[in-house]
Design a protein. Structure first.
Lengths: 327, 284
């Protein structure tokens, strides 16, 4: 109960941020960080149970392009377009996930199947260039006068609130999953699928459930990101590059605790901007170089991410439970 | 038969030859070390830059640049194993894959810093040859022959040398071989170097066909992984055959539709194969 109260308090405090009228640039970074965090949270929902997807970028893209195309070509408001986009992405996820889980495509094979799926979406977006603008990307049509609300084209403050709600929704979903039997079942499946099945855990159903949640969150993040930027392109919304970046954020922050992916998003956004300011735009290569190096170092020395540092400390105190429990 | 269709078939086989080399290298490393090098295509990219730099900037003759490319990438493979893979040998597989994914970013970033994002072309081309009614690109044919030669040398190395036998044995049974007096660490090192050298050879073949830029790996990396998985991870013969299958699908698909759709078909085919034969087309 106190946890819920504290959460609401923090949320209210964060919601008040635009009232301090921070500089636009800072708001931009914060919004981007929240949306990145949401995508990472979605990915980690599966990732922490050993379902490592290298194709999550695709779900961002499916939802974002569905939403933008519905707006541009049918005039459907993104308020409806986003849920529809999420539904389409979830359908794609189930379409891929069901046979994969049923036929026990696991481990490396699962990672590579999702990688292929991500690439298919990226290439499809490029190939359908008459509608999507191909590699050049597309912009949602400008709202008519007075229609900004319907077009979901807000100023920074408006997007801050939307992103905040979506991000909080992701954390709530995480918490609810953690409190359900499903998280125990999934942990058992991650340990040993055969053993889990033998004690009556419905492996395919449990995996599908977490996939649906994970894809829905990633899809929401993708649609909102596109809507916030008012620009969509295949490289930043589908394919291996963005998928690996999502993974990196979640891993760096720590994928076993709810705030891990958010810490990761702050790190990646901070790093990217820091490098850009420090080195200037001509040294664009520096950012992936540092990312990659950090990813390797994290895997070598801190595989549970930044959040893993705190976990270890918590474990030492006698009252703490060994498993990462949400606060 | 329609000569254009025939040409698509021939091109598919030639393309398969180019895919075959990186697929062999990846499968060799996976089969022996049991780690997926997610950055394999980026090793090839470094090799392509090495050839481009040595030939057009340092003015080396092409054959010398090619010859230098192999040890350079082999060394890179060694370093990758020593610095990244070896410390993670006892980690969960996913940590290993992610670490090599980090190396992917490192290599892309380093290439951008050093060479910028500009597309670099070697500017070498061989005249097309006419065989019957079909025109065959000279560069592609040469690359194909070189790929087959490389695969043949690898086969002979694995089949007839002591080290090759040890490599095959350790791929078969990781637990027993150390008891037979084979030092697995040494074998891992050798396999990584050979895997690197194969990436170097693939780089030589690709650099004459593609312009090199820091993200060139993304254009053939995913397909290489799919080929390996389709043939069965670690199954070298399977990967080799799957490379030609994939080459044919892409080429023939491109004959009926656009190139992009041919890739979509190829990837969809891959997903289908995964569902029908999760351990690969040629799983025993």
């Amino acid at each position: 109960m106190t946890g819920t109260f504290l959460g609401a308090l923090v949320l209210a405090a964060l919601a008040a941020v635009p009232l301090l009228s921070p500089p636009d640039y800072l708001m931009h970074l914060l919004i981007t960080a929240l949306l990145t965090a949401l995508a990472g949270t979605g990915w980690a929902m599966m990732g922490r149970f050993g379902l490592v997807s290298f194709g999550h970028g695709a779900f961002l893209g499916v939802a974002a392009y569905t939403m933008a195309l519905l707006w541009n070509e049918a005039g459907l408001t993104p308020w409806l377009g986003i849920p529809i986009g999420m539904a389409v992405a979830v359908a794609a996820g189930v379409l891929l996930g069901y046979p994969a889980f049923r036929l026990r495509v696991v481990g490396h094979y699962f990672a590579l199947v999702t990688l292929a799926a991500g690439e298919i979406v990226r290439i499809l977006i490029v190939a359908l260039r008459e509608h999507t603008g191909g590699s050049l990307g597309m912009t949602p049509a400008k709202a008519p006068d007075g229609g900004a609300f319907l077009a979901m084209q807000f100023d920074k403050a408006g997007f801050w609130w939307i992103a905040l709600l979506a991000w909080a929704g992701g954390l709530v979903a995480w918490r609810m999953l953690d409190r359900s039997m499903s998280s125990k079942a999934l942990a058992a499946i991650a340990e040993d699928e055969d053993a889990a099945a033998s004690i009556g855990i419905r492996v395919t159903a449990e995996k599908l459930k977490v996939t649906v949640i994970s894809v829905a969150l990633a899809a929401l993040a993708g649609a909102l990101t596109a809507q916030y930027r008012q620009y969509l392109n295949p490289e930043s919304l589908a394919g291996l590059g963005i998928s690996l970046q999502i993974v990196f954020g979640a891993i760096a922050g720590g994928m076993y605790v709810p705030f891990g992916p958010t810490i990761g998003a702050l790190i990646t956004i901070g790093l990217e901007e820091g490098l850009r300011i420090f080195f200037g735009t001509e040294l664009t290569g520096a950012a992936p170089l540092v990312y990659g190096l950090l990813l390797v170092l994290f895997m070598l020395y801190l595989p549970r991410g930044i959040a893993g540092l705190f976990e270890r400390r918590a474990k030492r105190s006698p009252a703490a439970k060994p498993a990462p429990v949400t606060a | 038969m329609d000569p254009f269709f025939l040409e698509a078939l021939v091109n598919g086989i030639l393309l398969g030859g180019v895919f075959a080399l990186p697929a062999l290298g990846l499968n060799l490393v996976f089969g022996v070390v049991d780690v997926v090098w997610l950055c394999y295509a980026e090793l090839v990219m470094v090799g392509m830059y090495a050839v481009w730099f040595l030939h057009t900037q340092a003015g080396w003759p092409l054959w010398l640049a090619f010859a230098a490319c192999l040890p350079v990438v082999a060394l890179l493979g060694l370093l990758l194993h020593l610095l990244v893979v070896r410390p993670l040998l006892n980690s969960p597989p996913i940590n290993q894959v992610l670490a090599t994914g980090g190396v992917l970013f490192v290599l892309q970033g380093a290439a951008t810093l050093v060479f910028s994002t500009e597309f670099r072309s070697l500017g070498v081309d061989m005249p097309p040859m006419e065989v019957g009614e079909v025109f065959v690109s000279g560069t592609k044919l040469a690359a194909f022959v070189a790929a087959l030669t490389g695969a043949g040398i690898l086969w002979a190395f694995l089949k007839f040398t002591y080290v090759g036998t040890a490599i095959r044995a350790i791929a078969r049974d990781r637990e027993v071989m150390p008891l037979m007096g084979v030092d697995p660490q040494r074998i891992y090192l050798i396999a990584s170097a050979v895997g690197g050298a194969l990436a170097g050879l693939a780089a030589c073949l690709l650099v004459v066909q593609l312009d090199v830029h820091p993200f060139v790996g993304l254009s053939f990396g995913p397909i290489t992984f799919m080929i390996c998985v389709m043939g069965g991870l670690g199954n070298m013969l399977g990967g080799f055959l799957a490379a030609f299958l994939m080459g044919l699908i892409i080429s023939v698909g491109g004959f009926w539709g656009t190139t992009e759709f041919s890739y979509v078909v190829a990837f969809a085919f891959f997903i289908l194969v995964m569902f029908l034969r999760p351990k690969g087309l040629f799983a025993r």
